[in-house]
Structure formats: structure tokens, C-alpha cells
Design a protein around this ligand. Structure first.
Ligand code: PMT
Length: 387
């Protein structure tokens, strides 16, 4: 980030990028710390903040070349008129500009300046030069400015910048393909107010839906009852019970190219659901359960099944049980998910997976579900295309 008044928005920007699954390291340009406290940026990014100077001390840690290699994208927000002029010249006189010269990653800038400065002929020429070199120019917005003037030059809102940076990673690998994903828990009613369910939040399935959308797929998300926001640009089918989810999936499964079953579907449901609230009349109560249909096995068992990916939530013998499900349910791939701990699995922002096919085993260590989902979609796409 460079030294502009819009720098006060950067902690929120770092947080928004993190929500999209990004790891963020912050480099301050000279004087940027006059506008926002480095400690705030350290707290939200989870990394020490790099200052502008290239000292012997800073170069013994993650030096400019390591940072340039580490980044998948470099974003300068806010980018002042001066910073953009210096980028045009290829200056390498402080850490941020040096990283920009040294990196092979895409560079994006979010300009923020007075409207007259933005419309100055030198600024316009600099923007044109940066664009011609492939630098992504995000914004600016127009409106009332910190100086009291009105016009173009306001930095975009953090959510908008984060979404545009995310779009830099969008691929077309699944363009023209239809992907159906089940997610979340199911609810098996005992009576109108009680039911049997589990702790699935929907996060893993929704993250996969978002990653498939980013890869260009047309996504249908069949969701159990959740409390998280639905991904935009997916067709959402809300369901409650396993039977609901089964019929929602079956109604359009023949149009799908890939099916990913992430939902934690109840294996059994009460054989009867009472019409009225069950009264507390007896000391003991027995609930008779009946097996639910296995949605994934029914999809994989079709005459012309889509490419089928299952998840296996296990507390022990994770890999063996997952392999058993891969074979028994006739799947193309299964994600073995160790559950029961507090850091990964049900209801946690992070997850860790072992991705198993007949020929390969890939370990995907603990990371944000959003980041994990992107890797999973890339692996699923590779295997789908190789079949
Ligand atoms: O939603 P989150 O909080 O983010 O948590 C994610 C998760 C832990 C729920 C997810 O990562 C996960 O592991 N999902 C699978 C949960 C599960 O029910 O696993 P299972 O081993 O019981 O089922 C095996 C596979 O068959 C699963 O793909 C499941 O969707 C499918 N299945 C199971 C039973 C059934 N009746 N129909 C099915 O389709």
C-alpha cells in the first residue's frame, strides 16, 4: 500500500481477501504508516508487516526476491499518483517498488487520489503505460473526496477490490460444464418442532460451488438447511430432509457433467414423523429409524453417471473407510475427511483432505476451506478431463 488517505480501508481489504481464501502479506510504502497502524495490518493478515526500507535486517527474513516469488498476485491499494509514476519508471528504490519489478505475478493497482490529479495528463499517460504492460487498473470510483471535491479518484470499496482480485484467478477450465454439488446437513423431522441433524455448516460445499463458478462452470447447489450466505451465480435448490435432497438431485442429474456430494446426509430417518408436538408422557422413548436412500450411490449407479466425487467424513481408519466407499459406491474420486477434532471438518473455517482415486493419493494439508476448494476443483477438473 502507498501513502494515501484511503489507506484506512486496508485492514478491511486484507480481511476481505482472507475471506476469499487468500494469504496476505502487507508491504508499506514510505509514509503509509502515517495513515494506518502496522499493528492493525499485522493482526488482520496474520503476518509481520514489511516496511518500505530494504535493510540488512529485512533482507535476512523474507527479502524482496522471496516476497516477489511468494506472491500469486501483487495488489497496490491505495495506489497514489506518485506510486503509479514510479511503477512506470521501474523504480527499485524501496521494498514495494522493488517487489513489483522482481515479480512474475500479475500486478493490480487500486488508484486513490484527488480528482484533478487523476485527470492530469501525466496520470492519464501513466495509467495507459501501466495498462499496456498488463497491470490491472481497479477503479477508481467517483464521488465526494476526502479533500471535499467531487469527481473520479476515490479508491473502490474493499469488497469490490477483493472480488476483482479474485477474478484475476478465474479460469475457463470448466466453461460449458455443469456441476451439481450437495452441501450442508439434512433435517429428519421427529415432529413439527424437533428433528435429527448434524453439525455441517455448508461451508465446504459452498466453497466448492464458488470455486467451480470461478472455473467457469454452471453450478447447481443442492443445499440442506444452513445459515451462511449462498454463492452468487449458482442455481440454488433448498432442501430439508435426505428424501428432499434425493429427489432434488435426481430431478436434474442427467444434465450434469460432474457431481460432488459434500452434504452430510442422514443415513436414517424416523420411520414416522408425528403431526403434533410429541408430549412428555413417558420416561423412555424409542424412535424407530429407517434407512435413507444413498444419493451419491444412486447417482454413481446410473447408466450414464456424471463424474462422481464423494466425501468421506470419518473419525478413525479414515483412508481405509474412504477407499471402501470409493469402491462400493463406484466413485471416480473421494475426499477423505478426518472429522471429530476442533480444527477441521464440521463447522470449522479450515479443513484437511486426502484426495483418493484408484490410481493416486494426494494430501491437501489444513487450510481455509475456500483455498482448499480451489485446489479440489483444479484436481477434479484434471481427473475429469483425463477420463
Ligand atoms: O459443511 P461443513 O461444516 O463445511 O463440513 C464439511 C463436511 C465435514 C460435512 C464435509 O467435508 C464432509 O466430509 N462431507 C461428507 C459428510 C458425510 O456424510 O460423509 P459420509 O461418509 O457419511 O458419506 C459418504 C458420501 O456419501 C458423502 O459424499 C455423502 O454426501 C454421501 N451420502 C451419504 C449418505 C446418503 N444417504 N447420501 C449420500 O449422498
Amino acid at each position: 500500500m502507498s501513502a494515501g488517505i484511503a489507506a484506512y480501508k486496508t485492514p478491511d481489504l486484507v480481511r476481505k481477501l482472507g475471506e476469499l481464501g487468500a494469504q496476505v502479506q502487507v508491504i508499506l510504502s514510505k509514509n503509509a504508516d502515517q495513515f494506518v497502524a502496522p499493528l492493525s495490518l499485522q493482526a488482520v493478515s496474520g503476518h509481520a508487516v514489511h516496511s518500505y526500507a530494504m535493510t540488512a535486517e529485512s533482507e535476512t527474513g523474507m527479502g524482496h526476491i522471496d516476497l516477489a516469488r511468494w506472491a500469486d498476485a501483487v495488489l497496490i491499494a491505495p495506489a497514489t499518483a506518485n506510486m503509479m509514476a514510479r511503477l512506470c519508471q521501474g523504480n527499485a528504490d524501496e521494498l514495494l517498488t522493488t517487489v513489483c519489478v522482481a515479480t512474475e505475478a500479475p500486478i493490480a493497482v487500486a488508484p486513490a487520489m484527488n480528482q484533478q490529479m487523476w485527470q492530469n495528463a501525466a496520470s492519464e499517460a501513466n495509467i495507459a503505460t501501466l495498462q499496456s504492460r498488463g497491470v490491472h487498473i481497479l477503479g477508481p470510483d467517483a464521488g465526494e473526496q476526502a479533500c471535499g471535491e467531487v469527481g473520479p479518484g476515490r479508491m473502490l470499496q474493499p469488497a469490490d477490490i477483493a472480488q476483482r482480485v479474485g477474478a484475476l484467478f478465474q479460469s475457463t477450465e470448466l466453461t460449458g460444464k455443469r456441476v451439481m454439488i450437495t452441501a450442508g446437513p439434512t433435517w429428519e423431522a421427529l415432529d413439527p418442532v424437533r428433528g435429527i441433524t448434524n453439525h455441517s455448516s455448508g461451508m465446504m460445499g459452498y466453497a466448492l460451488a464458488q470455486a467451480a463458478i470461478e472455473a467457469g462452470a454452471e453450478v447447481t447447489l443442492v443445499s440442506g438447511p444452513t445459515h451462511i450466505s449462498k454463492p452468487e451465480h449458482a442455481t440454488i435448490i433448498n432442501t430439508v430432509s435426505a428424501l428432499d435432497m434425493h429427489s432434488a438431485v435426481m430431478s436434474s442429474i442427467d444434465e450434469q457433467d460432474i457431481f460432488i456430494a459434500v452434504a452430510a446426509v442422514a443415513d436414517y430417518r424416523p420411520i414416522q414423523s408425528a403431526d403434533q408436538k410429541i408430549k412428555k408422557n413417558a420416561d423412555e422413548m424409542t424412535i424407530t429409524m429407517i434407512k435413507n436412500p444413498d444419493i451419491l450411490a444412486d447417482v454413481a449407479g446410473r447408466e450414464k453417471p456424471p463424474f462422481c466425487v464423494g466425501f468421506a467424513a470419518e473419525t478413525n481408519n479414515v483412508i481405509d473407510y474412504a477407499r471402501g466407499k470409493l469402491v462400493r459406491k463406484k466413485l471416480d474420486m473421494i475426499a477423505a475427511n478426518h472429522v471429530g477434532g476442533s480444527e477441521t471438518g464440521f463447522g470449522t473455517p479450515d479443513n484437511a483432505i486426502t484426495l483418493i482415486t484408484e490410481e493416486s493419493v494426494i494430501e491437501l494439508p489444513r487450510q481455509a476451506k475456500t483455498a482448499l476448494a480451489r485446489t479440489l476443483i483444479a484436481e477434479i477438473t484434471k481427473a475429469y478431463k483425463a477420463q
